[in-house]
Design a protein around this ligand. Structure first.
Ligand SMILES: Nc1ncnc2c1ncn2[C@@H]1O[C@H](COP(=O)(O)OP(=O)(O)OP(=O)(O)O)[C@@H](O)[C@H]1O
Ligand SMILES: [Mg+2]
Length: 236
């Protein structure tokens, strides 16, 4: 079986300072939800950025659906199938919902209208608010929009950086339900989450990243219940 995503031995950082990623690896198999947890500053966002091609890597390799994309930039990796939803500033606040979605279809302008209709059918809330400015949406609605913008790229693999950050418990639950729904429709998902227990429970597998390196990994639900993990990372 060809992995949906392989990132192996990634070494990367920001300029002259010490490298942040010191050889981190993750893999996602077709059909999986995989969650990365770890302390603040561990390099989780850096890892997703390195996978998405937004950050040059000094060492390592990235492959999407069996194709090596290490030499590709972010656009090349998007064309190869990766959609990345960043942790912050992931929608254009002063543009409408429809405008945010339309510009996200830039990889395939001709197919964009069809894709937009599929997204409105999947998320009636967005259809109802298509003329509303993104900044008028609730936090949960904004995260759905950000994810839908990723879907406009017709991805084979979704990267989500803290999709439930700042959401109420109820909105976070709804967001996780939307992630499960996408995954059931066949999309592999790699996400970083602070709501570690909830995220691991809905994940096939999980990784713990500490100081730029892999620590523990295992089945999501097992990690969610692991007393050591709970004590070390989840404050309980
Ligand atoms: N643009 C940047 N320039 C310089 N250093 C950065 C930049 N972005 C992140 N860093 C540093 O890299 C380290 C890892 O940051 P990263 O954002 O990857 O952590 P994280 O695990 O996602 O943390 P969090 O849980 O807070 O989101 C931190 O020390 C951070 O200060
Ligand atoms: Mg982060």
């Amino acid at each position: 079986m060809t992995a949906a995503l392989i990132a192996e031995g990634l070494v990367a950082g920001y300029g002259a300072a010490e490298q942040i990623l010191k050889g981190a690896s993750v893999a996602v198999q077709p059909g999986e939800i995989v969650t990365i947890i770890g302390p603040n500053g561990a390099g989780k966002s850096t890892l997703l950025k390195a996978v998405a091609g937004l950050l040059k890597i000094a060492e390592g390799r990235v492959a999407v659906a069996g194709r090596d994309v290490t030499a590709q930039d972010a656009i090349g990796r998007a064309r190869a199938g990766l959609a990345f939803v960043p942790q912050e500033a992931n929608v254009f606040a002063r543009l409408s919902v429809a405008e945010n979605l339309s510009i996200s279809g830039f990889l395939d302008p001709k197919g964009s209208a069809t894709e937009l209709e599929k997204i409105y059918a999947r998320y009636p809330m967005l259809a109802g608010k298509r003329r509303a400015l993104a900044r008028s949406l609730s936090g949960g609605q904004r995260q759905i929009l950000a994810m839908a913008m990723g879907l406009m790229q017709q991805p084979t693999m979704m990267l989500l950086d803290e999709p439930t950050a700042g959401l109420s418990p109820r909105a976070a639950e709804e967001l996780f339900a939307a992630v499960i729904d996408l995954n059931r429709a066949g999309l592999p998902v790699l996400m970083v989450e602070q709501h570690a227990v909830e995220a691991l429970r809905i994940s096939h597998r999980g990784y713990v990243l500490v100081a730029g390196r892999n620590s523990v990994e295992g089945a999501g639900p097992a990690l969610a219940e692991d007393p050591d993990i709970r004590r070390l990372f989840l404050g309980g």
